[in-house]
Design a protein around this ligand. Sequence first.
Ligand code: CA
Length: 130
Amino acid sequence: MRKRRLGALVAAVVAVLSVGFPATASASPVKAAAESCPAGYLCVYDLTSFVGDVHRVYECGYIHNIGLDWGSDQVASYINNQTGNALATFYNWNGSEWVPIGYSTAPEAVPYAPSEFYDKPDGVDGIKLC
Ligand SMILES: [Ca+2]
């Protein structure tokens, strides 16, 4: 009984994933997304599961103002493809200072960013690498 339920659940999940990711002749969406985020970069996407508009940051040591360069409060998924377990820090700009709201240690691919990262004013506006 339990096994049968698990089988049904797996089938349902597979069905949902199949609907979510239309099959194409090319590589899987996750692989395609990973290829779109070169080694050493952190890539953020305005939709979950590494699709939508992408922005890539590379340089270490300062806060990239992605609010100016790309958009505020819209990091719905991200791939941290930095090397050497490098840390990335996600910031919100609260009107007077940068406030850290999340971290990522490379390598990491997060198809569903924390809900505080997007669709609200306190979402991500800046990213610092390394
Ligand atoms: Ca913000």
